[in-house]
Design a protein. Structure first.
Lengths: 444, 304
């Protein structure tokens, strides 16, 4: 997974946060220091990290922290929101020329993956029934043109080349060729160059002036370190960049460069390259990526949903029951129904306050979706009395319940065992958290 | 521009970038927390990584305290020494290979500059009067063989190649035998770029390594990992995993002619004790320089 290591880092941080109940300003600072280190380790540029942390801190210390969620959850929410904001909104599309061809220039440092990405993008367009033309304008690197020709042949996409002639001349001729041969897209592979190479940067400017491209995509290696901001800045100053292609995302890099480049250029990341095969190329999903960075996508969804579907009164009621330890199977059923509204089960427990060590135990009781339905059926086959006082459920009652719910006696036994476990755990929770942790989560 | 001028020009950028910040930093009167925080930032922005940076700054704090340092110059010197301790002060270059033939295997992730480095190394050995053979071990990437072929022509080296898609181990096996038959001094083996998290490709590398040892006992004499100076913390993972597949004898740090500082080599040298042997400072045939730790570290701290 792309951002797995970063995710783990952040998750550790928040696991620590969650266990603490209310956050003081000092807590926020400590937590954000951890976030800061995690982001730096992920290669997010230190200035970008600074801005990010400042934004989160400002928001965290404001009144919003005291809103409906626990402070820890609020910080999770804010970090995610700011991260999402930084990554940009929705999936970005390629813009189109009013009159074809739509010209796309691929630019970037040496070794970033321009040539392969040019071919991959052409293939993506071809699959969408377009008629792309690939233009070989890297006249410097040995065998760069040959590389494109081989790829073009492999993909059955025409490649325009004029050997080592001047790139601006190639651009001019290619444009004519594309018009004449009714290509609706023209992908121009340019030579890799350093952003400080005056002569070659100037060459790009001239090519751009000639081609008047609809898209200039900066190709960036996902493994890039702190320097990503300098590169992005320099390319942005010379060319009207319209987007970014992030390559080599199939590696295990944390990919913080994505955040850096995005912050510097303000351009959307449009495509992600995920492998050496020519079809390993997709539209980039910034929202997905942001929540991937946090590794808490589903958890965040849950926080939102919990907020929406939560019923204050019922929660207060439940809290009282918890304290007096009168939690019944009926409550259990009701909680499960609440849960069902909230989506995937496996992550629910991850997010619960104070559940650190209990995560594993909860895994043992395997709350998968199928079992969910079964559990529901079983409880529904019980009498009211049985639901309120499961102790009276003897073996003949168990048989009856099993038959009534279309399950096996074994399933009924399992459920009762589970319920017993949950009840015990809740007693512990109730004691430890004094009801605080469950405030937002009536299902426990 | 002469060779030395080139690396200087390359390092100049490394310098000025850090220097601008350091000047402000060292004009401070006293070394408070803010001072060390700024120092952390300087190191982080050079890609040394969080762990290495925090450790270094911690060590430096201790040194400042123990040795009662008060002058900015002394603090710079102390930090330089800490860096040199990590990098090793000796010149760890590949000097004219002594075995005949000497087999040098070149590894790295995609696009770091393996093939170009091989071209530059070939030129270097040719200048030393050696007979060089290039093995086209990248049989995967489109036109990789043709690319190496051009470097063979440029450096007047021999070339052994198979078809695209052939077994790289077989190519390199043949190359070593050819080198023996033709009396070559050095065999430089190109390999396909591979991300270190692709288990099957790393297995392929192990096989290449085994086959080299079989073709010539004692070989490979050098296993070089090429790291791109623009790469961030991932380079550390790269070094670790490649080192497991084929024990590395040295690093080559490429693209130092840009603005990237390549500080991750300090983290790599620190955790794996693998020396940096060469740096790449351009795309030209002569843009390869032996790595000199002193110079690299000096370069980080002196404006001229
Ligand atoms: N500026 C600069 N560019 C370099 C340097 N070394 C290599 N390059 C460029 O980086 C690009 C990739 O270099 P290659 O030698 O093809 O890299 P590789 O590791 O063999 O790539 P694959 O075989 O595709 O994995 C080329 O455009 C080289 O000219 C260097 O030291 N400085
Ligand atoms: Mg290569």
């Amino acid at each position: 997974m792309i951002f797995e290591s970063l995710s783990n880092k952040l998750q550790d941080t928040f696991r620590r946060l969650r266990g603490r109940g209310k956050l003081t300003e000092k807590d926020v600072n400590t937590a954000l220091r951890e976030v800061r280190l995690a982001l730096l380790e992920a290669d997010v540029n230190f200035k970008v990290v600074k801005d990010f942390i400042a934004a989160v801190k400002e928001r965290s210390l404001g009144s919003e922290v005291m809103a409906s969620l626990t402070p820890g959850q609020t910080v999770i929410k804010i970090v995610n929101e700011e991260l999402t904001k930084l990554m940009g909104g929705s999936v970005a599309e390629l813009s189109q020329a009013a009159a074809p061809p739509t010209v796309v220039m691929m630019v970037g440092l040496q070794g970033a993956g321009k040539t392969t990405s040019a071919a991959k993008l052409a293939l993506l367009l071809k699959k969408k029934k377009h008629a792309p033309l690939i233009v070989a304008a890297d006249i410097y690197r040995p065998a760069a043109i040959k590389q494109l020709q081989v790829l073009g042949e492999q993909l059955d996409i025409p490649v325009f080349q004029m050997g080592q002639q001047e790139p601006v001349q190639i651009a001019k001729a290619a444009l004519e060729y594309a018009k004449k041969h009714k290509h609706d897209y023209m992908i121009v592979d340019t030579a890799g160059r350093l952003h400080v190479d005056e002569k070659l940067m100037e060459e790009l400017e001239r090519m751009s002036a000639t081609l008047q491209p609809q898209e200039i995509l900066l190709v960036v290696d996902a493994m890039t370190g702190q320097d990503a901001v300098n590169v992005a800045q320099a390319f942005k100053e010379r060319l009207s960049l319209t987007g970014v292609v992030l390559t080599k995302l199939d590696g295990d890099t944390r990919g913080g460069a994505a955040l850096s480049v995005r912050a510097v250029t303000g351009c959307p990341i449009k495509f992600a390259a995920l492998g050496e095969k020519t079809d390993a190329f997709e539209p980039f999903h910034p929202d997905r990526m942001a929540s991937r960075i946090l590794g808490m996508g589903d958890v965040l969804t849950l926080i939102e949903k919990a907020q929406a579907s939560f019923d204050e009164d019922k929660a207060r009621d439940l809290e009282k029951k918890l304290r007096t330890q009168q939690f019944t199977l009926e409550d259990f059923l009701e909680q499960m129904e609440q849960l069902k509204k909230m989506g995937p089960l496996n992550q629910i427990f991850e997010m619960l306050p104070g559940m650190g060590g209990m995560g594993k135990k909860l895994k043992d009781i395997q709350l998968d979706e199928k079992q969910f339905a079964r559990t529901e059926a079983i409880i529904k086959s019980m009498t009211k009395q049985e639901r309120q006082n499961p102790k009276i459920i003897n073996s003949s009652r168990r048989k009856r319940i099993a038959a009534g719910s279309g399950t096996r006696v074994q399933d009924v036994n399992n459920l009762l065992k589970q319920f017993d476990m949950v009840q015990k755990m809740m007693k512990r929770l109730g004691k430890k958290e004094k009801g605080k942790g469950i405030r937002r989560f009536p299902f426990l | 521009m002469g060779l030395f001028g080139r690396i200087k020009a390359g390092l100049q950028k490394t310098r000025s970038g850090i220097m601008n910040r350091l000047e402000g930093l060292f004009s401070r009167k006293n070394f408070d927390d803010g001072f060390f925080e700024e120092l952390e930032e300087v190191l982080i922005s050079a890609d040394l990584g969080v762990e290495t940076t925090l450790d270094l700054v911690e060590d430096l704090r201790q040194k400042v305290k123990d040795e009662k340092l008060t002058e900015p110059d002394d603090v710079i010197a102390a930090l330089k020494q800490l860096l040199l301790d990590i990098l090793g002060e000796s010149e760890e270059s590949l000097e004219p290979p002594t075995e005949k033939p000497s087999v040098i295997l070149v590894l790295g992730v995609n696009g770091v500059g393996k093939t170009t480095t091989i071209g530059k190394l070939a030129a270097r050995y040719r200048r030393q009067g050696k007979k060089v053979l290039l093995a086209a071990g990248d049989t995967f990437r489109a036109a990789a063989i043709e690319q190496l072929e051009i470097w063979a022509e440029r450096t007047q080296s021999e070339l052994v190649k198979h078809q695209h898609g052939a077994d790289p181990a077989a190519v390199i096996f043949d190359a070593i035998n050819a080198a023996r038959a033709r009396g070559c001094d050095v065999v430089l083996c190109d390999t396909a770029g591979r991300l270190h998290n692709k288990a099957s490709l790393m297995e392929e590398l192990k096989k290449v390594h085994r086959v080299i040892a079989k073709a010539l006992p004692g070989a490979p004499h050098e296993v070089l990992l090429v790291l791109d100076a623009t790469t961030g913390q991932n380079a550390l993972a790269q070094a670790k995993v490649f080192n497991e597949a084929a024990p590395l004898t040295g690093l080559v740090l490429t693209k130092l002619d840009g603005t990237a500082k390549g500080g991750i080599v300090i983290a790599v040298a620190r955790s794996l004790k693998i020396p940096v042997k060469f740096i790449g400072v351009g795309e030209g045939i002569e843009d390869l320089q032996p790595f000199i730790a002193q110079e690299y570290v000096e370069g980080l701290f002196h404006a001229d």
